[in-house]
Ligand binder design. Sequence first.
Ligand code: SF4
Ligand code: F3S
Length: 117
Amino acid sequence: MTFVVTDICIKCKYMDCVEVCPVDCFHEGENMLVIDPEECIDCTLCVPECPIDAIFDEEDLPDELVKFTAINAEYAPQWPVIDHKGTPPPDASEWEDVQDKYPEHFDTSPAARGNDE
Ligand code: SF4
Ligand code: F3S
């Protein structure tokens, strides 16, 4: 089992989640994070940290978000680990209520370093 970041995170990327993960299994893309399913120990700590409820137990994913299990598994090995909170995008709050941000707003690029430094 694993926990999964969904497209609710896209362009919001608040990063509170990474501060509590005991195994540093979050990976950072340019505009969202994903969880490495090989590393996640299902501790549940990250779920209440996300202010917009973007993280789900894979077994509780609504049907329309099931695809994010594979997306997390695909991008985690390609993106750098993030283990401390950086600065969220300046317009993050404007994206909180936008529906179906994937695939239109999904950026496949790894995070450009510097955001969290
Ligand atoms: Fe990390 Fe626990 Fe969240 Fe998994 S459930 S990503 S181990 S904080
Ligand atoms: Fe994304 Fe929520 Fe973490 S917006 S970066 S899953 S705190």
